[in-house]
Write a protein that binds this ligand. Structure first.
Ligand code: BG6
Length: 482
């Protein structure tokens, strides 16, 4: 909607998230001419800074190849306001600034107006900033949208408290909870694959699918983020949100329509049927330094307590207890400081029931979310030529080969565009969040009260002992012949 008079306030504008994600995404949308014609972006943070210093900060994560004139034009619509996060006068000043800007953009009575408040802030100040916005900035005569980022609490109880506090300030349809995995190309593609093609949906049940694995691997440790990470651990950092969100889209039934609430209803419905995860169905690890000393262990990080038992690796088996999925194990795996960077969804089908050919290997549908987007189907063919043997092959849709000039925007750009369009489909609703915590909270509490010590694994390895056997033993996964 190009004619909406738009104000975007980025709280925490001097912080890392704003610098690395929010501003580059806003700039990308600006370059693509996807920001409404009349848009102002106000950065707000505690740090006292000149506009020049702020601009340097904001552009430090832009690409060196970005044209200088476009950067300059973008900075024209940006400004910086410094203020505290709990002082009425500072927020009143912000409101005045917004009003002044709207007048400068020729605000008319008839204008549709939107104020977006993007909280690129630690959760400790969410409620204080939300209260200030509500009391001193909120304008009831326009549309208001509040964007927040995880962590949304620490467990079911703390998340409910946070939801209640935020829910007391803003209506649910004003709130956009970011899970940036929902903005990734291949994650957004799942709905299209499943519901725009006749053959996937036909086999998308326990009758044909043996197991599903959703894997997240990072080749680096918590470098610099140990302080944050140690309070959360890999389960809260990646599994309870990103991997579970992906799982819910793979497992949900077809929504009535593509309207956001229909999609979110179906995701929530499937989450409701997931049983809480058992400790016996979990493998935990924590990385140690490499033998040659070139890479540090998790506990070598100065910000991590020397006796930390926080897992940096986990595998869990989940069960979706509904007619479609009963009996199908879902393995989610996530780890830091592993051998590669990869996010992949692997759907393994059952053995072929007749014995006409030997069961060489199972069919698999593999969706690679990162680093390079691809969809491939492991398929058995006759070995080409005079041989009558079977061979494992694949139907391979690698995006970088198939699409020329492939430019996949960062997840944040697509999500901010959704916020501008008022589309909630790719944001987490409060009942979804509640279910996600319900599934993980008993396990997290048990790990903490029983002080379960994770297994060590070497930085850069495939994970702790048992990592490859776990999906086979616990979920019936059959490794594919190479
Ligand atoms: C974040 C986690 O939410 O996701 C990080 O806090 C993790 O620990 C990151 O590194 C991964 O995101 P991406 O987009 O790089 O895969």
């Amino acid at each position: 909607k190009h004619d909406v008079l738009t104000t975007i306030v980025v709280f925490g504008a001097s912080g890392d998230l704003a610098k690395k994600k929010t501003y580059p995404a806003l700039f990308h949308l600006f370059q693509q001419k996807l920001l409404p014609k009349r848009t102002r972006i106000i950065g707000y943070a505690r740090t006292q800074m000149t506009t020049d210093d702020f601009n340097k900060r904001v552009t430090s994560f832009f690409k060196p190849s970005d044209p200088a004139d476009e950067v300059a034009a973008f900075l024209e619509i940006c400004e910086y306001v410094s203020g505290k996060y709990d002082v009425d006068e500072d927020f009143q000043r912000l409101r005045e600034e917004i009003d002044t800007n709207e007048h400068a953009m020729n605000k008319r009575e008839s204008d549709e107006r939107v104020h977006i408040y993007y909280l690129a802030l630690p959760p400790s100040v969410f409620v204080s900033v939300g209260t200030q916005i509500r009391n001193n900035v909120y304008d009831g005569t326009c549309t208001n949208r509040v964007v927040i980022e995880k962590p949304f609490g620490h467990d079911l109880d703390s998340s409910r408290k946070l939801s209640q506090a935020i829910g007391g300030l803003f209506a649910e349809d004003e709130i956009y909870r970011i899970d940036h995995y929902l903005g990734k190309e291949m994650v957004k593609n799942i709905l299209a694959l499943r519901f725009a093609n006749v053959f996937y949906e036909a086999v998308w049940t326990r009758h044909y699918i043996s197991n599903v694995q959703i894997t997240f691997k990072e080749p680096f440790g918590t470098e610099g983020r140990g302080g944050y990470f140690d309070e959360f651990g890999i389960i809260r950092d990646v599994m309870q949100n990103h991997l579970l969100q992906v799982l819910s889209i793979v497992a949900m039934r077809q929504p009535k329509s593509l309207r956001s609430e229909d999609i979110r209803d179906c995701k929530t419905e499937v989450l409701r049927r997931i049983l809480p995860i058992q400790l016996e169905d979990t493998l935990l690890g924590q990385y140690v330094g490499t033998r040659d000393g070139s890479k540090p262990g998790y506990k070598d990080d100065d910000t991590v307590p020397k006796d930390s038992i926080t897992p940096t690796y986990a595998q869990c088996v989940l069960h979706v207890d509904n007619d479609r999925w009963r009996g199908v194990p879902w393995v989610i795996k996530a780890g830091k400081a592993l051998d590669e960077a990869k996010m992949v969804i692997r759907i393994q089908f059952k053995d072929m029931p007749n014995a006409l050919f030997p069961n060489l290997a199972r069919n698999e549908l593999v969706l690679q979310v990162s680093p390079k987007e691809s969809v491939s189907i492991k398929t058995i063919v006759k070995e080409p030529g005079l041989s009558t043997n079977l061979a494992m092959s694949e139907l391979d849709l690698s995006y970088h080969k198939r699409y020329q000039d492939l430019k996949i925007p960062d997840a944040y750009a697509t999500l901010i565009l959704d916020v501008l369009n008022g589309d909630h489909s790719n944001f987490v609703r409060s009942d979804e969040l509640d279910e996600a915590w319900r599934i993980f909270t008993p396990l997290l509490h048990q790990i903490e009260t029983e002080q379960i010590v994770p297994l060590p694994y070497e930085y850069g390895s495939r994970g702790p002992k048992g990592v490859d056997e776990f999906p086979t033993e616990r979920a019936g996964y059959k490794p594919t012949a190479k």
